[in-house]
Each structure stands twice: as C-alpha cells, then as structure tokens.
Design a protein around this ligand. Structure first.
Ligand SMILES: [Zn+2]
Length: 468
C-alpha cells in the first residue's frame, strides 16, 4: 500500500494546483439567473467566472473563487453577447471614417459580434478587426464576406463580377486570399449559371455562402448547390409558390422581373409547397435571415416620419445622405407598388413562425448600413428581435437567432453562442428576463467584453459621446 502514497500525494498536489488556478478569475458574477439559449432553461442562483476571454466556471450557489471584480447579479439574467448577422460597412472611401465611428453603437447595444454581408471597405474592416482585438478600438467581433460576388456592372460598388466558370474560381481564390469568413452572393446582374458555379465551387472548398438569389434560379437548385444562408424572404416566398417554375421561366425569358413577380408569388402561395421547401432547408442545413425590421421600415417609408428618430444624432451626415436613395424611390413609387410592398411585408411576417415551427434555423440580421435608410447600427438588432417575436417567434427562438444560430452558421459554436465553460466570456447581464419579454434584451445592466465590464452608465456615456 505504502508505495502508492507518493502517487496519491502528487495527484492531490496536481489537483490542488490546477484547482488553485481555476479559483482565480477576472470577473465573478454571483446569484445570477443563467439562460441556456439552446433549451430556454433558466438556472437560478448561479455563479459564473470569467478569465481572459473565456468563461472558466459556472456553478450553483456561491463559489470560493477570488476575483478582481465581483458582480452581484441577484434578480438579473445572463445571456451571451448578441450577434447581428447581417450588417454592412460601405459607402466608398469618403465614408470610411463614418463607418468606423459606428462601431461603438454595436457595443453600446450589447452586440458583441456582427456578420458583415458585403461592402466596399474590406481592407479597412480587417484593420478595425485587429485594432478591436488588440483593444485599441472598441467594436464587435466582425466576420466579413469582403466584396460581394455579382454579375458585371453590379448595383453595389466593390462587387466582383463573375461571368464564366473560370471567373468564379478566380473570384473565390481572391476572397480566400483576403481571408474572408464567408462568401456573399448578390443578384443584381448575375446569371443563373454563374450563381450556381460560385455555390458549387465554394461548397467544394468548404466555404460558407450567404446570399440573395436571382429569380432565374429555383430555390431548391441554390440550396442543393450549397447556399448556406438565404438573406431576406423574397426567395423563401418564391420557393413557397406553386408557380415557382413558371415565375423562374418568366424571369429567364424576361417576361417578368424581380418586383413584377411578387404579386404572382403571393397569389400562388401554397402551404404544401411551403412545407416542402422548409423541409428542404432543414435537410440541407440552410439558414434564413428574415430581416423583418428593415422590411417594416422600408415598406412604410410612404407613411412613417423618421425625422425625429433618436438615432439620427449618432449617425454621420454622409451616411444619412445615403438614406436619400431609398427615400426618393419610395416617393416615386406608384400607389400599386406601395400597396404591393405592404402586402409583401405581411406575407413575409406569416412565413417567419412557419419556418421556425418546421425547424428552419433563423438568423437575426438588421441589414444596417449606408443606403439602408433609418435602420440604425446596434439598436436595429433589438428591433429585429422584437419584429421576429411580433411575427410569431417565441422570445427564445428570437434569442437563438441572435446567439447560438449565428455561431453555428459561422461554424464557431465551440467558442461562441451560449454560456458554457470554455466558451466566450462576452456576455450581457440583463435587468429582466428576455424570455418573458424580448425587449428586455435592451435592459442591459452590465456588458462584459474582453474581460472588461461596462455598466449601463458606461454604455450610456458611450452613446452620449457619439452625439454629433
Ligand atoms: Zn444587406
């Protein structure tokens, strides 16, 4: 027996040593209600320890950790930092500074990560990203697609044109060289062939894709070619129509265009087709970003007065100027077109809870960015969550769309998206339960970002400092 004692002692010493290391944390949150975004389970009276950028401890009751900072979270609710899964940084060289200035708006709203869905300032974004990482700039973690892929003479500046199969390979080579996080496809000029080639090439290389979709393509063809996430609901509506093939053919033969197809698609909505489509999305692990809030905003530019919006004071004048594009086209729109957009907005709203019930993974995305009028950085993600719930999602489903689903889409769920030991310590402590009322995501008591805490007063001061 005796010879085992040294082994036992050294094992005890080892154990003691490692548990001593664990006992030291940067931040210890005590007596918190911790929300599991995967299940909706709320664990009460929990302690949560954060060291460096990670959660190193979660346990019930009080703990014996020594911490640089202790937070009593009695009556409060802890969730992961929120992610806005569809934003843009864009507007040309003269708007680079204004775009950069927007970054604290995300943090002031508890948004610790964004998926940047294509623009024209990719090299700047990479600079911001390293400044954010080394702590010299305050902003969210940015995942970017870099420039969009589209056809020649594309609508959005900075897009890379793809016409041939070789173009698709060269374009994806250049995106890989830039080290982008996923590929964004756009549908202003791209042919159906080029669109599918890009998807197939990206799929071959294991790169995530996200996109609009030309109406010359059947939704199922895009999804089975590998489209990772469908941005906006036009394409889901198309795939839910019993006339999708005819609408597609009419678009190929130029008998109909994108907007001209919408009434037909709404008139031919088929519950059976929709359910088939939802199942196809689930089977292919394809995500959908409904962007409801910007839909609500842009569909009603004819009716709503935004001149007194609180957030205008935080947005640069150059970016506000870009809002004029959509404002002018709304003013030019015919009465019939305006009525169609209102109807379309309702049709989209109806799709949201049906997709969720069918098991489709949804992403919460605001589409905030230059040119996207009155959809303000940061706050618009909370407005998106509210719009998703108003459409019929449960608060938990909405919360998933802004946390774990985004991490899964980007394939970083081993570190992001939920509160677990070993995962990111970027978290929010909320004053009230977001599962009771999703607008409680706005009641931020404390944000923990890179092991630094920001009280609600700090976040308010951050906002105030941005006033023009
Ligand atoms: Zn967008």
């Amino acid at each position: 027996m005796k010879r085992f004692i040294p082994a036992i002692i050294s094992a005890l010493l080892l154990f003691g040593c490692s548990s001593k290391q664990i006992e030291q944390v940067d931040i210890l949150i005590q007596h918190a209600n911790v929300i599991d975004v995967n299940t909706g389970k709320v664990s009460t009276d929990m302690s949560l320890g954060i060291r460096n950028d990670s959660i190193v401890y979660i346990g019930g009751g009080s703990s014996n950790h020594s911490a640089m900072q202790t937070i009593d979270a009695t009556g409060k609710y802890v969730i992961p930092g929120l992610w806005d899964m569809h934003v843009h940084f864009r507007g040309g060289d003269e708007l680079i500074a204004e775009n950069k200035n927007l970054l604290p708006l995300f943090i002031a709203n508890g948004i610790t990560g964004v998926r940047e869905a294509g623009g024209d300032m990719t090299s700047e974004i990479f600079k911001w990203q390293s400044e954010i990482e080394n702590g010299s700039l305050i902003g969210p973690k940015i995942y970017t697609s870099g420039p969009k892929l589209d056809g020649p003479r594309a609508t959005w500046a900075g897009s890379i044109p793809v016409v041939t199969k070789e173009d698709a390979v060269i374009a994806i080579d250049s995106l890989e060289q830039m080290n982008v996080d996923f590929i964004k496809l756009y549908d202003s000029r791209i042919t159906k062939e080029a669109y599918i080639w890009i998807l197939e090439e990206a799929e071959r290389r294991g790169i995530r894709t996200s996109g609009h979709m030309p109406f010359t393509v059947m939704l199922e063809d895009a999804v089975t070619a590998g489209l990772g996430s469908v941005e906006h609901l036009y394409y889901i509506l198309k795939g839910s129509s019993s006339a999708e093939q005819k609408v597609t053919d009419d678009n190929i033969n130029r008998k109909a265009g994108f907007w001209g197809s919408m009434t037909t698609l709404m008139d031919t909505y088929s519950e059976e087709q929709a359910q088939k489509t939802f199942k196809m999305l689930v089977d292919n692990d394809t995500y959908v970003t409904p962007t409801m809030h910007i839909g609500n905003t842009l569909s009603y530019l004819d009716r709503d007065d935004h001149s007194n919006d609180e957030y205008l004071q935080y947005i640069g004048n150059g970016i506000i100027e870009t809002y004029q594009g959509r404002i002018r086209s709304a003013a030019r729109a015919s009465e019939d077109f305006v009525a169609m957009r209102h109807r379309l907005n309702t049709a989209f709203k109806n799709l949201v809870p049906k997709m969720s019930a069918a098991g489709v993974s949804l992403l919460a995305g605001s589409d905030s960015g230059a040119s996207n009028s009155y959809t303000y950085q940061g706050i618009s993600l909370h407005q998106e969550l509210a719009a998703l719930v108003e459409a019929g999602l449960s608060p938990l489903e909405a919360l998933k769309a802004a946390t774990i689903n985004g991490a899964k889409f980007l394939r970083v769920e081993d570190f992001y998206g939920s509160l677990e030991v070993g995962k990111s310590g970027d978290i929010l402590i909320l004053d009230d339960n977001p599962l009771d009322d999703i607008t409680n995501t706005q009641k931020i008591n404390t944000l923990v970002l890179h092991s630094k805490t920001y009280s609600s007063a700090d976040l308010k001061a951050m906002l105030d400092s941005m006033e023009k």
